[in-house]
Design a protein around this ligand. Structure first.
Ligand code: FAD
Length: 262
């Protein structure tokens, strides 16, 4: 069967950002702050808004070295502390051991520049929901933090986070009715087990679940379906996949989506 041709999506705008500071938040998390022209971010209020950092295929931020027609390599990161008028934002990088985006963030100094594309976004907490379920690992911790920050003071629910060890937990302000639960990889915990252990609540749940793709798509998503959550009305997807670099992960994601659609 042939796939009907769809019009190409217009490319999102690109802008150059300059690193203004680096701050170690914990053993495995680094915050970089940036300045630049952020006009394209005006009115983009979703809590999971993100940009794609552009690198050459071998991981350099210097795109001028690329040959004509060569495609850049992209890495997605959640945008924090956005101030469009001041032209500033921040990104928290999980220091996960390998990968050129992680290495660039770890080694970069103030004054360095990088081209970013975006923003993209897709989720804000639903204020009409009876309760909220926010789930993520290190990569999704910034997006979970932003969702918690906009919940009303009387919001109910859970935030479930997976990090390497207790020492990697970070401050995570939440309304009194939203219980924050941390799990630790060094204790053998997985994100899916932590979600299954939650006492399920009555009423309509607003769901945001992101992190390692196997756990999110093949363990947590089926469990949430069993609980009556329609994934089409929820924000559930992998942010990365163990053992795959981002290009391979996105191919896997496309193939999974195609298989599920057929
Ligand atoms: C919308 C969106 C928002 C995101 N926001 C953030 C964010 O704010 N902060 C953040 O840190 N990440 C975020 N991520 C995840 C980030 O894009 C990926 O982790 C990305 O793969 C990192 O690129 P890299 O070049 O460092 O590693 P890659 O070259 O892609 O991968 C190298 C190796 O590292 C592994 N790996 C990749 N990511 C991780 C990880 N987090 N933990 C353990 N191993 C990993 C891969 O499986 C691979 O084996 C987001 C992803 C999406 C889709």
């Amino acid at each position: 069967m042939t796939t009907p041709e769809r019009p190409a999506k217009p490319a999102k705008p690109t802008t150059e950002l300059t690193v203004t500071s680096t701050e170690r938040l914990g053993p495995a998390m680094l915050r970089l702050r940036f300045a630049g022209d952020l006009a394209a971010f005006e009115g983009v209020d979703d809590t999971d808004r993100y940009v794609k950092l552009l690198f050459t295929p071998d991981g350099s931020p210097d795109l001028s070295t690329m040959a004509d027609g060569e495609r850049s390599s992209v890495r997605s990161y959640t945008v924090l502390e956005l101030d469009v008028a001041a032209g500033t934002l921040a990104i928290d990088f999980a220091l996960h051991g390998s990968g050129f985006a992680m290495r660039w963030a770890r080694d970069v100094q103030p004054g360095a520049t990088i081209t970013v594309q975006g923003p993209g976004s897709g989720y804000s907490p639903d204020p009409t929901a009876d309760w909220h379920l926010l789930v993520g690992d290190d990569a999704a911790l910034p997006a979970v933090r932003q969702a918690l920050a906009v919940l009303p003071p009387d919001a109910q629910g859970y935030a479930v986070l997976l990090v390497g060890s207790r020492a990697e937990e970070l401050p995570l302000p939440a309304p009194a009715g939203v219980e924050v639960r941390w799990s630790h990889r060094d204790g053998g915990a997985g994100l899916a087990d932590a979600v299954r252990e939650l006492p399920w609540r009555e009423g309509r749940v607003d769901v945001f679940v992101h992190g390692e793709a196997q756990a999110v798509m093949q363990e947590i998503r089926p469990y949430l379906r069993e609980r009556g959550v329609d994934p089409r009305g929820a924000s559930i997807s992998g942010y990365w996949k163990r053992g795959l670099v981002d290009e391979e992960f996105r191919k896997w994601k496309r193939e999974l989506a195609a298989a599920e659609a057929s």
